[in-house]
Write a protein that binds this ligand. Structure first.
Ligand SMILES: [Fe+2]
Ligand SMILES: [Fe+2]
Length: 300
């Protein structure tokens, strides 16, 4: 099924690229030659020039409104119970990539790449920079949790920035004004700085909003090194890895491993303009790489 088959009010985005474009506006690729550093305050200045007349922005806003209203502790627990038993189906990793590729966006086919191309572009740039196999593989598979879209989950429960639930929503979360309509906003126990968590308890003990990151983490956690698992699990946690929010919930391991999340983020965001990869030509290389880390089939 495609997004257009979902009930209108649950799928305000015409395609996932709208969210990616929004991220690029929020976090434009820094001019490294000029600034000398990857991420600077110039990011913020540039993002002030966002075009608020753009109709795509209204769908992004509506998307985040639905996300922020519906991602409650109760909802997250329900989805974890539904999916984390990993008893939906068995799929090989390459098979899952091909399955995800059937996710048809309604957008212009000339300018938008299928999901498999984004996966390979990310992986190819990581490979070109001489990183190890597990890192390249992470680039290839990091968005595979989006198969949830094909299993009837609404957009707002699959994609978009993630954040902890069960404690105060940070102002640094995009469109945080919409949390006013979230039921947890009225629950005093969820609205203190740490909420239901102990200070510095570590993110592994924190319930994150439900989406493709958390799901894929559980699908892959027996097969990949911890650096890769952090990249997968927190790549959409922009409030954490870009805005440095929620430090009070992180432990030393989180702080150490977030450097891998940050390193990964450049490849996720800034490889989309490069030319489309030759999927058929690259396929044997990637299938071999997958086989180094994964069995023929894994549980989803
Ligand atoms: Fe993603
Ligand atoms: Fe991605």
């Amino acid at each position: 099924m495609t997004y257009s088959d979902l009930p209108e009010d649950n799928s305000p985005l015409e395609n996932l690229h709208q969210l990616e474009d929004d991220l690029l506006e929020r976090y434009p690729e820094p001019d490294t030659a000029e600034s000398g550093s990857q991420f600077t305050d110039a990011d913020k200045k540039q993002s002030e020039f966002r075009n608020y007349q753009d109709p795509a922005r209204d769908s992004v806003k509506e998307f985040y409104r639905l996300n922020h209203v519906n991602q409650t502790v109760e909802f997250v627990k329900q989805k974890r119970a539904e999916y984390l038993g990993l008893n939906k189906r068995k799929l090989g990793v390459w098979q899952a990539l091909e399955h995800l590729n059937t996710l048809v966006d309604d957008s212009d086919p000339d300018t938008d790449l299928p999901q498999i191309a984004h996966a390979m572009q990310t992986a190819e740039q990581i490979r070109a920079d001489g990183h190890p196999g597990w890192f390249i593989l992470t680039g290839l598979i990091h968005d595979l949790g989006k198969v949830l879209c094909l299993w009837d989950e609404p957009q707002w429960a699959v994609v978009g920035d993630t954040f902890p639930v069960g404690c105060k929503f940070s102002d640094s979360i995009v469109y945080s004004e919409y949390f006013g309509e979230n039921a947890d906003h009225q629950a005093p126990e969820y609205q203190t700085e740490c909420g239901i968590y102990e200070p510095n308890c570590g993110l592994d003990n924190v319930l994150m909003s439900w989406g493709h990151d958390e799901y894929l983490y559980h699908v892959t956690k027996d097969y990949l090194p911890l650096q890769a698992l952090y990249m997968i699990r927190y790549h959409s946690f922009y409030p954490g890895h870009r805005e440095n929010a929620y430090q009070h919930l992180m432990n030393d391991q989180d702080r150490e491993y977030f450097r891998y999340v940050k390193e990964f983020n450049k490849y996720d965001l800034y490889t989309k303009s490069s030319s489309p990869p030759d999927v058929e030509k690259l396929r044997p290389y990637y299938q071999e790489l997958i086989a180094e880390y994964f069995p023929d089939e894994i549980a989803w």
